[in-house]
Design a protein around this ligand. Sequence first.
Ligand SMILES: [Zn+2]
Length: 496
Amino acid sequence: MYLESSFFQKTHEPSRVPVKSLPSHLQHVLGRSGEVTVYSTQGEHQDENEREAYYRAFLYPTQLQSQTLDQLLAARDELSKLVGFNSFAERALQNTMTKSPDNANKFLRLLSQQLLPMTHADFSKMAALKQAQSPGSDLQPWDVTYFSSVMRRNSVTTSLAEVCKYLSLGACLDGLKLLTERLFGITLHNVVPGPSECWHDSVYKIEVRWLEGNDVIGYIYCDLYERRGKPLQDCHFTIQGGRLKSDGTYQIPKVVLMMNFATPSSSLPTLLTPQQLENLFHEFGHAMHSMIGRTRYQHVTGTRCSTDFAEVPSNLMEYFASDYRVLRQFTFHHETGEPMPEEMANQIRKSKSLFLASEMQTQVFYSALDQALHSSHPLGSSTIDILSDVQKEFYGLPHVPNTAWHLRFGHLVGYGAKYFSYLMSKAIAAKIWQHSFKDDPFSRSNGERYMKEVLCHGGEKPPLEMVEALTGVKPTIESLADSLIEETRSAGNYAN
Ligand SMILES: [Zn+2]
Protein backbone atom coordinates (compact mmCIF):
# COMPACT_ATOMS: atom_id res chain seq x y z
CA MET A 1 0.00 0.00 0.00
CA TYR A 2 2.80 2.36 0.93
CA LEU A 3 4.64 1.57 -2.33
CA GLU A 4 1.45 2.04 -4.34
CA SER A 5 0.66 5.46 -2.94
CA SER A 6 4.27 6.55 -3.07
CA PHE A 7 4.58 5.53 -6.76
CA PHE A 8 1.20 7.04 -7.67
CA GLN A 9 1.93 10.36 -5.99
CA LYS A 10 5.18 10.78 -7.89
CA THR A 11 3.53 10.15 -11.26
CA HIS A 12 1.95 13.61 -10.90
CA GLU A 13 4.82 15.55 -9.45
CA PRO A 14 6.78 18.08 -11.50
CA SER A 15 10.12 16.94 -12.83
CA ARG A 16 13.36 18.58 -11.63
CA VAL A 17 16.13 18.00 -14.14
CA PRO A 18 19.71 19.22 -14.48
CA VAL A 19 19.85 21.19 -17.74
CA LYS A 20 23.06 19.36 -18.59
CA SER A 21 21.16 16.08 -18.79
CA LEU A 22 19.37 17.30 -21.93
CA PRO A 23 20.95 16.99 -25.39
CA SER A 24 23.14 20.02 -26.14
CA HIS A 25 20.84 21.44 -28.84
CA LEU A 26 18.08 21.76 -26.21
CA GLN A 27 19.99 23.11 -23.26
CA HIS A 28 19.27 26.74 -24.17
CA VAL A 29 15.55 26.07 -24.63
CA LEU A 30 14.60 25.75 -21.01
CA GLY A 31 16.67 28.83 -20.56
CA ARG A 32 18.86 28.38 -17.51
CA SER A 33 21.81 26.52 -16.19
CA GLY A 34 21.54 24.35 -13.09
CA GLU A 35 18.23 22.59 -12.52
CA VAL A 36 14.88 23.26 -14.20
CA THR A 37 11.39 22.32 -13.05
CA VAL A 38 8.83 21.26 -15.65
CA TYR A 39 5.17 20.42 -15.06
CA SER A 40 4.11 18.64 -18.25
CA THR A 41 5.32 17.54 -21.67
CA GLN A 42 3.80 20.67 -23.29
CA GLY A 43 2.74 18.52 -26.23
CA GLU A 44 0.70 21.34 -27.81
CA HIS A 45 3.67 23.69 -28.14
CA GLN A 46 4.14 25.04 -31.66
CA ASP A 47 7.93 25.06 -31.53
CA GLU A 48 9.54 21.67 -31.98
CA ASN A 49 12.56 22.37 -29.81
CA GLU A 50 10.25 23.37 -26.97
CA ARG A 51 8.17 20.21 -27.43
CA GLU A 52 11.26 18.02 -27.45
CA ALA A 53 12.87 19.76 -24.47
CA TYR A 54 9.74 19.53 -22.32
CA TYR A 55 9.12 15.93 -23.39
CA ARG A 56 12.64 14.86 -22.46
CA ALA A 57 12.70 16.87 -19.24
CA PHE A 58 9.28 15.81 -17.95
CA LEU A 59 9.86 12.15 -18.72
CA TYR A 60 13.45 12.11 -17.47
CA PRO A 61 13.86 8.97 -15.33
CA THR A 62 14.38 9.44 -11.63
CA GLN A 63 16.17 6.73 -9.74
CA LEU A 64 13.88 6.93 -6.71
CA GLN A 65 10.68 6.43 -8.71
CA SER A 66 12.31 3.65 -10.71
CA GLN A 67 13.27 1.84 -7.49
CA THR A 68 9.79 2.31 -6.06
CA LEU A 69 8.31 0.70 -9.16
CA ASP A 70 10.77 -2.22 -8.95
CA GLN A 71 9.82 -2.77 -5.31
CA LEU A 72 6.10 -2.46 -6.00
CA LEU A 73 6.19 -4.98 -8.87
CA ALA A 74 8.37 -7.39 -6.87
CA ALA A 75 6.05 -7.15 -3.85
CA ARG A 76 2.99 -7.80 -6.02
CA ASP A 77 4.72 -10.79 -7.58
CA GLU A 78 5.70 -12.18 -4.19
CA LEU A 79 2.16 -11.81 -2.79
CA SER A 80 0.66 -13.55 -5.82
CA LYS A 81 3.13 -16.44 -5.56
CA LEU A 82 2.36 -16.79 -1.86
CA VAL A 83 -1.24 -17.61 -2.76
CA GLY A 84 -0.36 -20.00 -5.55
CA PHE A 85 -0.31 -17.92 -8.72
CA ASN A 86 2.55 -17.65 -11.20
CA SER A 87 2.34 -13.87 -11.49
CA PHE A 88 0.41 -10.82 -10.34
CA ALA A 89 -1.33 -10.65 -13.73
CA GLU A 90 -2.54 -14.23 -13.34
CA ARG A 91 -3.92 -13.42 -9.89
CA ALA A 92 -5.55 -10.16 -11.07
CA LEU A 93 -7.27 -11.76 -14.06
CA GLN A 94 -8.63 -14.89 -12.39
CA ASN A 95 -12.19 -13.59 -12.00
CA THR A 96 -12.39 -11.50 -15.13
CA MET A 97 -14.00 -12.31 -18.41
CA THR A 98 -10.57 -12.47 -20.07
CA LYS A 99 -9.49 -15.05 -17.48
CA SER A 100 -5.72 -15.18 -18.07
CA PRO A 101 -2.71 -13.07 -19.04
CA ASP A 102 -2.31 -15.31 -22.09
CA ASN A 103 -5.75 -14.28 -23.32
CA ALA A 104 -5.10 -10.61 -22.55
CA ASN A 105 -1.79 -10.70 -24.43
CA LYS A 106 -3.36 -12.56 -27.35
CA PHE A 107 -6.12 -9.93 -27.56
CA LEU A 108 -3.57 -7.09 -27.50
CA ARG A 109 -1.37 -8.75 -30.12
CA LEU A 110 -4.32 -9.36 -32.44
CA LEU A 111 -5.41 -5.74 -32.08
CA SER A 112 -1.92 -4.45 -32.61
CA GLN A 113 -1.28 -6.50 -35.76
CA GLN A 114 -4.40 -5.15 -37.40
CA LEU A 115 -4.07 -1.63 -36.07
CA LEU A 116 -0.43 -1.01 -36.99
CA PRO A 117 -1.00 -0.44 -40.75
CA MET A 118 -3.75 2.07 -39.87
CA THR A 119 -1.55 3.68 -37.22
CA HIS A 120 1.25 4.04 -39.76
CA ALA A 121 -1.23 5.74 -42.07
CA ASP A 122 -2.06 8.20 -39.26
CA PHE A 123 1.59 8.84 -38.48
CA SER A 124 2.35 9.33 -42.19
CA LYS A 125 -0.25 12.10 -42.37
CA MET A 126 1.32 13.81 -39.36
CA ALA A 127 4.83 13.26 -40.77
CA ALA A 128 3.82 14.86 -44.08
CA LEU A 129 2.59 17.96 -42.27
CA LYS A 130 5.79 18.09 -40.25
CA GLN A 131 7.89 17.73 -43.42
CA ALA A 132 5.99 20.65 -44.95
CA GLN A 133 6.79 22.79 -41.90
CA SER A 134 10.37 21.68 -41.29
CA PRO A 135 11.78 19.69 -44.20
CA GLY A 136 14.05 16.78 -43.38
CA SER A 137 12.74 15.98 -39.93
CA ASP A 138 10.95 12.75 -38.97
CA LEU A 139 7.90 12.41 -36.78
CA GLN A 140 8.87 11.93 -33.12
CA PRO A 141 6.83 10.93 -30.07
CA TRP A 142 6.74 14.56 -28.88
CA ASP A 143 5.04 15.60 -32.14
CA VAL A 144 1.95 13.41 -31.99
CA THR A 145 -0.23 15.57 -29.73
CA TYR A 146 0.64 18.77 -31.61
CA PHE A 147 0.14 17.55 -35.18
CA SER A 148 -2.98 15.56 -34.40
CA SER A 149 -4.63 18.57 -32.80
CA VAL A 150 -3.60 20.88 -35.68
CA MET A 151 -5.02 18.44 -38.23
CA ARG A 152 -8.16 17.92 -36.17
CA ARG A 153 -8.73 21.69 -36.06
CA ASN A 154 -8.14 21.95 -39.81
CA SER A 155 -10.58 19.15 -40.55
CA VAL A 156 -13.66 21.10 -39.49
CA THR A 157 -15.08 24.16 -41.15
CA THR A 158 -17.80 24.81 -38.57
CA SER A 159 -16.80 26.47 -35.32
CA LEU A 160 -17.27 24.54 -32.10
CA ALA A 161 -19.42 27.39 -30.73
CA GLU A 162 -21.81 26.94 -33.65
CA VAL A 163 -22.05 23.17 -33.08
CA CYS A 164 -22.75 23.64 -29.36
CA LYS A 165 -25.84 25.73 -30.16
CA TYR A 166 -27.53 22.49 -31.26
CA LEU A 167 -26.53 20.71 -28.08
CA SER A 168 -28.35 22.45 -25.25
CA LEU A 169 -28.40 20.31 -22.12
CA GLY A 170 -32.20 20.19 -22.24
CA ALA A 171 -32.10 18.86 -25.80
CA CYS A 172 -29.47 16.24 -24.88
CA LEU A 173 -31.51 15.05 -21.89
CA ASP A 174 -34.54 14.84 -24.18
CA GLY A 175 -32.37 12.62 -26.41
CA LEU A 176 -31.68 10.27 -23.51
CA LYS A 177 -35.38 10.20 -22.60
CA LEU A 178 -36.35 9.38 -26.15
CA LEU A 179 -33.73 6.67 -26.48
CA THR A 180 -34.58 4.91 -23.21
CA GLU A 181 -38.28 5.02 -24.01
CA ARG A 182 -37.89 3.65 -27.52
CA LEU A 183 -35.20 1.08 -26.78
CA PHE A 184 -36.20 -0.14 -23.34
CA GLY A 185 -39.78 1.01 -22.72
CA ILE A 186 -38.52 3.04 -19.77
CA THR A 187 -39.60 6.59 -18.93
CA LEU A 188 -37.72 9.28 -17.01
CA HIS A 189 -39.60 11.77 -14.82
CA ASN A 190 -38.34 14.81 -13.02
CA VAL A 191 -39.65 14.63 -9.44
CA VAL A 192 -39.31 17.01 -6.50
CA PRO A 193 -36.85 15.68 -3.92
CA GLY A 194 -37.82 15.66 -0.25
CA PRO A 195 -36.46 18.28 2.17
CA SER A 196 -32.70 17.79 2.70
CA GLU A 197 -32.73 14.82 0.32
CA CYS A 198 -30.21 16.41 -2.05
CA TRP A 199 -26.80 17.84 -1.23
CA HIS A 200 -27.22 20.89 -3.49
CA ASP A 201 -30.12 22.90 -4.90
CA SER A 202 -29.01 22.26 -8.47
CA VAL A 203 -29.35 18.45 -8.19
CA TYR A 204 -32.32 16.97 -10.10
CA LYS A 205 -34.03 13.80 -9.02
CA ILE A 206 -35.20 11.55 -11.82
CA GLU A 207 -37.69 8.79 -11.21
CA VAL A 208 -37.20 5.90 -13.61
CA ARG A 209 -40.37 3.94 -14.47
CA TRP A 210 -41.52 1.19 -16.78
CA LEU A 211 -43.69 2.63 -19.54
CA GLU A 212 -45.95 -0.35 -19.15
CA GLY A 213 -47.47 -0.57 -15.67
CA ASN A 214 -45.70 2.60 -14.48
CA ASP A 215 -43.77 0.81 -11.69
CA VAL A 216 -40.75 2.67 -10.33
CA ILE A 217 -37.44 1.00 -11.31
CA GLY A 218 -35.07 3.32 -9.47
CA TYR A 219 -33.83 6.88 -8.98
CA ILE A 220 -31.05 8.86 -10.64
CA TYR A 221 -29.79 12.00 -8.91
CA CYS A 222 -28.36 14.26 -11.59
CA ASP A 223 -25.62 16.53 -10.27
CA LEU A 224 -24.78 18.09 -13.61
CA TYR A 225 -23.30 21.54 -13.02
CA GLU A 226 -19.81 22.55 -12.03
CA ARG A 227 -19.40 24.39 -8.74
CA ARG A 228 -16.71 25.30 -6.26
CA GLY A 229 -15.38 22.37 -4.30
CA LYS A 230 -16.97 19.72 -6.56
CA PRO A 231 -14.52 17.20 -8.07
CA LEU A 232 -13.81 17.98 -11.73
CA GLN A 233 -14.77 14.52 -12.87
CA ASP A 234 -17.61 12.95 -14.82
CA CYS A 235 -18.78 9.78 -13.14
CA HIS A 236 -21.59 7.55 -11.99
CA PHE A 237 -21.78 6.12 -8.51
CA THR A 238 -24.19 4.06 -6.47
CA ILE A 239 -25.98 5.31 -3.36
CA GLN A 240 -28.08 2.19 -2.94
CA GLY A 241 -27.66 -0.98 -4.97
CA GLY A 242 -30.59 -3.08 -6.10
CA ARG A 243 -31.18 -6.38 -4.21
CA LEU A 244 -33.83 -8.89 -3.39
CA LYS A 245 -34.92 -8.40 0.22
CA SER A 246 -35.77 -11.23 2.59
CA ASP A 247 -39.48 -10.31 2.43
CA GLY A 248 -39.43 -10.93 -1.33
CA THR A 249 -39.68 -7.27 -2.34
CA TYR A 250 -36.94 -5.60 -4.35
CA GLN A 251 -34.77 -2.78 -3.01
CA ILE A 252 -34.64 -0.35 -5.90
CA PRO A 253 -31.34 1.19 -7.00
CA LYS A 254 -30.42 4.82 -6.41
CA VAL A 255 -27.45 6.29 -8.25
CA VAL A 256 -25.79 9.61 -8.97
CA LEU A 257 -24.89 10.91 -12.39
CA MET A 258 -22.19 13.53 -11.88
CA MET A 259 -21.04 15.86 -14.64
CA ASN A 260 -19.36 19.27 -14.70
CA PHE A 261 -21.33 21.34 -17.19
CA ALA A 262 -21.45 25.14 -17.17
CA THR A 263 -24.30 26.60 -15.14
CA PRO A 264 -27.03 28.12 -17.33
CA SER A 265 -27.74 31.85 -17.14
CA SER A 266 -31.04 33.67 -17.62
CA SER A 267 -30.12 34.39 -21.23
CA LEU A 268 -28.23 31.22 -22.21
CA PRO A 269 -28.95 27.56 -21.56
CA THR A 270 -26.10 25.15 -20.82
CA LEU A 271 -24.60 24.20 -24.18
CA LEU A 272 -22.56 21.01 -24.49
CA THR A 273 -19.63 20.23 -26.74
CA PRO A 274 -19.83 16.99 -28.76
CA GLN A 275 -17.33 15.50 -26.27
CA GLN A 276 -19.54 16.45 -23.33
CA LEU A 277 -22.55 14.94 -25.08
CA GLU A 278 -20.60 11.70 -25.50
CA ASN A 279 -19.57 11.79 -21.82
CA LEU A 280 -23.18 12.35 -20.74
CA PHE A 281 -24.34 9.36 -22.78
CA HIS A 282 -21.40 7.30 -21.43
CA GLU A 283 -22.23 7.99 -17.77
CA PHE A 284 -25.92 7.48 -18.45
CA GLY A 285 -25.03 4.04 -19.82
CA HIS A 286 -23.56 3.21 -16.39
CA ALA A 287 -26.70 4.59 -14.70
CA MET A 288 -28.98 2.40 -16.84
CA HIS A 289 -26.83 -0.66 -16.03
CA SER A 290 -27.58 0.07 -12.36
CA MET A 291 -31.27 0.86 -12.96
CA ILE A 292 -32.06 -2.24 -14.98
CA GLY A 293 -30.01 -4.65 -12.85
CA ARG A 294 -32.22 -7.09 -10.98
CA THR A 295 -29.65 -9.20 -9.17
CA ARG A 296 -30.23 -11.05 -5.96
CA TYR A 297 -27.32 -9.37 -4.16
CA GLN A 298 -26.37 -5.72 -4.26
CA HIS A 299 -22.61 -6.28 -4.37
CA VAL A 300 -22.99 -7.71 -7.90
CA THR A 301 -25.62 -5.33 -9.19
CA GLY A 302 -25.28 -2.98 -12.19
CA THR A 303 -21.73 -1.81 -12.74
CA ARG A 304 -20.42 -4.10 -9.97
CA CYS A 305 -19.21 -6.69 -12.44
CA SER A 306 -15.78 -7.73 -13.73
CA THR A 307 -13.54 -4.79 -14.65
CA ASP A 308 -13.29 -5.83 -18.30
CA PHE A 309 -17.09 -5.76 -18.63
CA ALA A 310 -18.02 -2.74 -16.51
CA GLU A 311 -17.48 -0.23 -19.34
CA VAL A 312 -19.54 -2.12 -21.91
CA PRO A 313 -22.95 -0.43 -21.41
CA SER A 314 -21.32 3.01 -21.24
CA ASN A 315 -19.19 2.48 -24.35
CA LEU A 316 -22.21 1.18 -26.19
CA MET A 317 -24.06 4.43 -25.44
CA GLU A 318 -21.28 6.37 -27.15
CA TYR A 319 -22.29 4.80 -30.47
CA PHE A 320 -25.77 6.26 -30.08
CA ALA A 321 -24.31 9.69 -29.25
CA SER A 322 -22.55 9.92 -32.60
CA ASP A 323 -25.14 8.31 -34.88
CA TYR A 324 -27.04 10.86 -36.96
CA ARG A 325 -30.19 8.74 -36.96
CA VAL A 326 -30.27 9.31 -33.19
CA LEU A 327 -28.84 12.84 -33.13
CA ARG A 328 -31.37 14.27 -35.54
CA GLN A 329 -34.17 13.35 -33.12
CA PHE A 330 -33.03 15.79 -30.47
CA THR A 331 -30.28 18.16 -31.60
CA PHE A 332 -32.25 21.32 -32.23
CA HIS A 333 -30.74 24.82 -32.33
CA HIS A 334 -31.57 26.41 -28.99
CA GLU A 335 -32.65 29.73 -30.61
CA THR A 336 -34.14 28.79 -33.95
CA GLY A 337 -35.32 25.25 -33.24
CA GLU A 338 -33.68 24.10 -36.51
CA PRO A 339 -32.45 20.49 -36.50
CA MET A 340 -28.69 19.91 -36.73
CA PRO A 341 -27.69 19.64 -40.40
CA GLU A 342 -26.43 16.21 -41.40
CA GLU A 343 -23.24 17.76 -42.77
CA MET A 344 -22.46 19.18 -39.32
CA ALA A 345 -23.02 15.79 -37.65
CA ASN A 346 -20.72 14.21 -40.24
CA GLN A 347 -18.03 16.77 -39.52
CA ILE A 348 -18.23 16.07 -35.79
CA ARG A 349 -17.92 12.36 -36.42
CA LYS A 350 -15.05 12.83 -38.86
CA SER A 351 -13.11 15.03 -36.50
CA LYS A 352 -13.66 12.61 -33.60
CA SER A 353 -12.52 9.62 -35.61
CA LEU A 354 -9.46 11.29 -37.08
CA PHE A 355 -6.41 9.35 -35.83
CA LEU A 356 -8.66 6.82 -34.14
CA ALA A 357 -6.21 4.03 -34.94
CA SER A 358 -3.11 5.71 -33.51
CA GLU A 359 -5.05 6.67 -30.38
CA MET A 360 -6.16 3.09 -29.91
CA GLN A 361 -2.64 1.89 -30.66
CA THR A 362 -1.45 4.00 -27.75
CA GLN A 363 -3.95 2.25 -25.48
CA VAL A 364 -2.77 -1.12 -26.78
CA PHE A 365 0.82 -0.14 -26.02
CA TYR A 366 -0.05 0.99 -22.46
CA SER A 367 -2.01 -2.22 -21.88
CA ALA A 368 0.80 -4.43 -23.21
CA LEU A 369 3.29 -2.66 -20.96
CA ASP A 370 0.98 -3.18 -17.95
CA GLN A 371 0.87 -6.91 -18.78
CA ALA A 372 4.64 -7.16 -19.28
CA LEU A 373 5.45 -5.46 -15.98
CA HIS A 374 3.03 -7.68 -14.07
CA SER A 375 4.20 -10.92 -15.64
CA SER A 376 6.27 -13.43 -13.67
CA HIS A 377 9.34 -12.07 -11.89
CA PRO A 378 12.27 -11.71 -12.11
CA LEU A 379 11.51 -9.70 -15.23
CA GLY A 380 14.92 -10.33 -16.78
CA SER A 381 15.64 -6.72 -17.69
CA SER A 382 15.04 -3.23 -16.32
CA THR A 383 11.57 -1.68 -16.60
CA ILE A 384 12.97 0.95 -18.96
CA ASP A 385 14.28 -1.77 -21.30
CA ILE A 386 10.89 -3.47 -21.14
CA LEU A 387 9.23 -0.14 -21.97
CA SER A 388 11.53 0.23 -24.97
CA ASP A 389 10.82 -3.33 -26.23
CA VAL A 390 7.05 -3.07 -25.77
CA GLN A 391 6.99 0.34 -27.44
CA LYS A 392 8.92 -1.07 -30.42
CA GLU A 393 6.43 -3.87 -30.86
CA PHE A 394 3.18 -2.10 -29.97
CA TYR A 395 3.41 1.58 -30.77
CA GLY A 396 4.83 2.51 -34.15
CA LEU A 397 7.26 5.20 -32.96
CA PRO A 398 10.47 4.25 -31.12
CA HIS A 399 11.23 4.87 -27.48
CA VAL A 400 13.26 8.03 -26.84
CA PRO A 401 16.42 7.07 -24.88
CA ASN A 402 16.69 8.57 -21.42
CA THR A 403 12.95 8.98 -21.06
CA ALA A 404 10.76 6.84 -18.83
CA TRP A 405 7.12 7.39 -19.61
CA HIS A 406 6.10 4.37 -17.51
CA LEU A 407 7.27 6.10 -14.32
CA ARG A 408 4.33 8.50 -14.89
CA PHE A 409 1.81 5.77 -15.62
CA GLY A 410 -0.37 6.08 -12.51
CA HIS A 411 -2.87 3.48 -13.76
CA LEU A 412 -0.26 0.78 -13.02
CA VAL A 413 -1.39 1.19 -9.43
CA GLY A 414 -5.19 1.21 -9.74
CA TYR A 415 -5.61 -1.14 -12.70
CA GLY A 416 -2.58 -3.39 -12.02
CA ALA A 417 -2.57 -5.85 -14.99
CA LYS A 418 -6.12 -4.87 -15.96
CA TYR A 419 -5.52 -1.71 -17.97
CA PHE A 420 -6.51 -3.64 -21.12
CA SER A 421 -10.07 -3.81 -19.68
CA TYR A 422 -10.91 -0.53 -21.35
CA LEU A 423 -10.15 -2.02 -24.79
CA MET A 424 -11.92 -5.27 -23.97
CA SER A 425 -15.07 -3.37 -22.94
CA LYS A 426 -14.84 -1.37 -26.16
CA ALA A 427 -14.56 -4.58 -28.17
CA ILE A 428 -17.66 -6.10 -26.56
CA ALA A 429 -19.57 -2.85 -26.98
CA ALA A 430 -18.59 -2.91 -30.69
CA LYS A 431 -19.87 -6.49 -30.97
CA ILE A 432 -23.19 -5.64 -29.31
CA TRP A 433 -23.58 -2.53 -31.43
CA GLN A 434 -22.94 -4.50 -34.63
CA HIS A 435 -25.29 -7.30 -33.65
CA SER A 436 -28.16 -5.44 -32.08
CA PHE A 437 -28.27 -1.75 -32.96
CA LYS A 438 -26.16 -0.85 -35.98
CA ASP A 439 -28.99 -1.56 -38.43
CA ASP A 440 -31.63 0.10 -36.28
CA PRO A 441 -30.52 2.16 -33.27
CA PHE A 442 -34.12 2.25 -32.04
CA SER A 443 -34.84 -1.48 -32.27
CA ARG A 444 -37.23 -2.15 -29.41
CA SER A 445 -36.97 -5.92 -29.70
CA ASN A 446 -33.17 -5.81 -29.54
CA GLY A 447 -33.30 -3.26 -26.71
CA GLU A 448 -35.52 -5.68 -24.82
CA ARG A 449 -33.12 -8.57 -25.43
CA TYR A 450 -30.12 -6.47 -24.40
CA MET A 451 -31.86 -5.62 -21.12
CA LYS A 452 -32.91 -9.19 -20.46
CA GLU A 453 -29.69 -10.93 -21.49
CA VAL A 454 -27.10 -8.38 -20.39
CA LEU A 455 -28.10 -5.38 -18.28
CA CYS A 456 -30.29 -7.10 -15.73
CA HIS A 457 -27.56 -9.58 -14.65
CA GLY A 458 -24.96 -7.08 -13.41
CA GLY A 459 -22.00 -9.18 -12.28
CA GLU A 460 -24.11 -12.21 -11.40
CA LYS A 461 -23.54 -14.11 -14.63
CA PRO A 462 -20.30 -14.63 -16.62
CA PRO A 463 -20.15 -11.82 -19.22
CA LEU A 464 -19.30 -14.10 -22.16
CA GLU A 465 -22.43 -16.13 -21.46
CA MET A 466 -24.46 -12.92 -21.51
CA VAL A 467 -22.99 -11.86 -24.85
CA GLU A 468 -23.56 -15.35 -26.25
CA ALA A 469 -27.19 -15.30 -25.09
CA LEU A 470 -27.65 -11.92 -26.78
CA THR A 471 -25.89 -12.56 -30.06
CA GLY A 472 -26.36 -16.30 -30.37
CA VAL A 473 -22.62 -16.81 -30.89
CA LYS A 474 -19.96 -17.53 -28.27
CA PRO A 475 -17.49 -14.64 -28.53
CA THR A 476 -13.83 -15.50 -28.88
CA ILE A 477 -10.77 -13.33 -28.33
CA GLU A 478 -10.34 -13.27 -32.13
CA SER A 479 -13.93 -12.23 -32.86
CA LEU A 480 -13.83 -9.50 -30.19
CA ALA A 481 -10.61 -8.06 -31.60
CA ASP A 482 -12.15 -8.21 -35.10
CA SER A 483 -15.28 -6.33 -33.99
CA LEU A 484 -13.26 -3.50 -32.53
CA ILE A 485 -11.01 -3.31 -35.59
CA GLU A 486 -14.02 -3.29 -37.91
CA GLU A 487 -15.56 -0.32 -36.07
CA THR A 488 -12.23 1.52 -36.02
CA ARG A 489 -11.70 0.89 -39.73
CA SER A 490 -15.14 2.08 -40.74
CA ALA A 491 -15.32 5.07 -38.35
CA GLY A 492 -11.84 6.26 -39.29
CA ASN A 493 -12.29 5.50 -43.00
CA TYR A 494 -9.13 3.40 -43.19
CA ALA A 495 -8.35 1.30 -46.23
CA ASN A 496 -8.73 -2.45 -45.94
ZN1 LIG B 1 -17.17 4.69 -17.68
